[in-house]
Design a protein around this ligand. Structure first.
Ligand code: HAM
Length: 419
């Protein structure tokens, strides 16, 4: 019996980890510059948290959630996203007492039961960022500036930033009514899902992937024509900050995003290279969610980056910078092997990256292995060298060989690298 990973769940193999680590460490470096702190949240939450936060009519909640009942009959869900959990943690631990303004990020796996395809998995990873406690357009602009800086620092400069405003609840009412009446005039051409959505939650029609629905939406009313003066001013400020910061963007009034909690700003970073799954990151403002969860009246905004999609973009032109060991120890014979084994551990403790065979091999086989690992230098110690008290250090690039004394060999080798 051979076991296989579950459909849509993938291993991340050692040769891929270089790119993953580069993305995560670059994110952490940049988030620190912008004053964010890390938070870790559980993978399982009560299913209701997501239904309430993301919205019952969204695809994520109604079709894609991994839910389970535990032994006590609690109805749980594997998190499909991080925002609702971060809000729950902010309220549960009263983080607002520490400081009402919290800038938080979290990195980890999310789960959605979608049909797997290129750029789409059932377990995928997000780098998720939230600013809680500020409602002005500067936090929106800062967050958007930061995400674009993150992508360009990874060398991804061909991405397109889409922005929109969904207004507040006051702007939303008249827009919904107008949209509903427009959709009503095309009712027969809408897919059965959208016919239902039109009644329950017309904005969700914008999530539909059916071509005929997309065609109908092309001439749908624009939310931007319904913004109240406060929301319009908020959106104008963001655009002018972004212009001053020289961040290119496209205003896309159809960018509703597939989650119900958004108010005002939404944004998505898209690539032209990935077909249907073209969003590498998306986010927006959600000023009412905290209140909805019974917390303080704290406005918030955030985004999440889809790590697999960024990995895919990078892998094509990413040269893996695999660093070989500084030194490969090549002892010959039991006595030399035992000594070298102790030196090996001490050298590692002193900060040198070193390798040695676990089993006894001849010199040729050891040199071949050192070569394959791309070791910079090899220390050769056989019976002769032990008698003379001098080992041979071979530089694997210049092929030059020098002798070094074996008493105090650890210090001697450290010295070779500090020269
Ligand atoms: P989202 O747009 O649902 O937003 O997901 C964010 C990103 O996660 C997407 O742009 C995409 O790159 C990636 N992603 C989503 N589903 C999959 C999948 N099945 N396979 C691979 N990658 C995927 C959110 O999750 C919001 N919580 C973002 C947010 C944070 N809004 C405010 N704060």
């Amino acid at each position: 019996m051979q076991y296989k990973a579950v459909k849509g769940f993938k291993d991340i193999l050692p040769y891929q980890m270089g790119t993953w680590n580069r993305i995560e460490s670059e994110a952490k470096r940049i988030f620190e510059l912008f004053g964010f702190n890390e938070i870790r949240i559980p993978v399982l939450e009560t299913a209701e948290l997501f239904a309430r936060g993301i919205g019952q009519d969204t695809d994520i909640v109604s079709k894609e959630m991994y839910t389970l009942e535990d032994r006590k009959g609690n109805f749980l869900a594997m998190r499909p996203e991080a925002t609702a959990s971060v809000m729950r943690a902010y309220i549960e631990h009263k983080l607002y007492n520490v400081s009402p303004l919290q800038k938080l990020f979290t990195i980890g796996p999310m789960f959605r039961y979608e049909r797997p395809q290129k750029g789409r998995r059932r377990q995928f990873h997000q780098i998720n960022v939230e600013i809680i406690g500020d409602q002005g357009p500067r936090s929106d602009s800062e967050l958007i500036f930061m995400i674009m800086y993150f992508f360009s620092s990874l060398g991804l400069n061909d991405l397109v930033l889409n922005i929109n405003s969904l207004g507040c609840l006051n702007c939303r009412g008249p827009f919904r009514a107008e949209l509903k009446s427009y959709l009503g005039r095309h009712f027969e051409q809408l897919c059965p899902d959208c016919q239902k959505r039109m009644e329950t939650n017309p904005l969700r029609v914008f999530d539909c992937k059916v071509e005929t629905c997309n065609q109908i939406l092309k001439d749908a009313p624009s939310i931007l024509d319904f913004l109240c003066s406060d929301c319009a001013r908020h959106f104008d400020s963001i655009r002018s900050y972004l212009e001053e910061l020289q961040v290119d963007f496209v205003v896309n009034s159809h960018l509703m995003r597939g989650l119900d909690y958004y108010t005002r700003t939404t944004f998505e970073v898209q690539t032209k290279e990935m077909g249907a799954q073209n969003a590498v990151a998306g986010g927006g403002r959600y000023d009412n969610l905290m209140k909805e969860f019974g917390g303080p009246d704290s406005p918030a905004i955030g985004f999440a980056i889809g790590v697999e999609r960024v990995v895919e973009l990078l892998e094509e032109n990413d040269v893996q910078k695999e660093e070989g060991p500084d030194i490969f120890l090549a002892p010959l014979g039991k006595e030399a092997e035992d000594k070298a084994f102790i030196w090996l551990q001490e050298l590692r403790k002193r900060g040198l990256k070193c390798e040695m065979e676990y089993k006894s091999l001849g010199l040729k086989a050891q040199m071949r292995h050192a070569d394959r690992l791309k070791a910079r230098k090899v220390l050769i110690v056989g019976d002769n060298e032990l008698i003379k008290g001098k080992g041979i250090v071979r530089d694997m690039i210049s092929k030059e060989q020098t002798e070094i004394p074996l008493d105090n060999v650890v210090d001697e080798l450290i010295g070779v690298f500090n020269r």
